[in-house]
Design a protein around this ligand. Sequence first.
Ligand code: DX5
Ligand code: ZN
Length: 213
Amino acid sequence: MIELAPSLLAADWMKLGEEIDRMLDTGVDLLHFDVMDAHFVPNLSFGPSLCKAVHQHFPQCHLDVHLMMDQPEKYVQVFADAGAETITVHREIAKDVGPVLDGIRQAGVRCGLSVKPGTPAESLLPYLDRLDAVLIMTVEPGFGGQKFMPEQVEKIRYLRAAGYRGVISVDGGVNLENAPLLAEAGATQLVMGTAYFKAKDPMAVAQAIRALG
Ligand code: DX5
Ligand code: ZN
């Protein structure tokens, strides 16, 4: 089954509650929450207070927190307390991310690891057995609305060939055109910002993703 994870970054922030209500009405309850620190990526987004507010108003939402930040270990417990169900950190933040992943587990949260486009999938191998999810970036992280990088799809095939059976999520420029290719390569979760929240008919987008199987 392919899960759709709309990215809050592309929602209308002046109407956040309505946007999330509308998302739930399309049968989607997984919300991708992009945290940017202006160091690891050249942008700032939002933090734990907003995560907590969303969790309190919409406890039925599964919050998938993507930490695009240096020293994410300082914020793992804070986001766990704010209602995160999954916390994903980046492979690039340390030579060995093992202790950070262990910290996510200890906080009682599902654990994800992401690679930027320039980071090889091989760098994930030592950690695969302790991950719930891998997040393949198909744009340079930092901004929504960028163009999908098709050469990154090979990483999905590589991880499946390596025997990884957990969630493979894809983030950046995902739309209804490239979704079938991603599903075919072995992705099980698709993050969609622009292609979902800015769509004329998000219900049709959700249905098209469900139809992928
Ligand atoms: C990029 C973020 C993405 C982004 C995806 O740094 O990690 O989650 O919101 O947005 P779209 O789908 O518009 O590329
Ligand atoms: Zn993201």
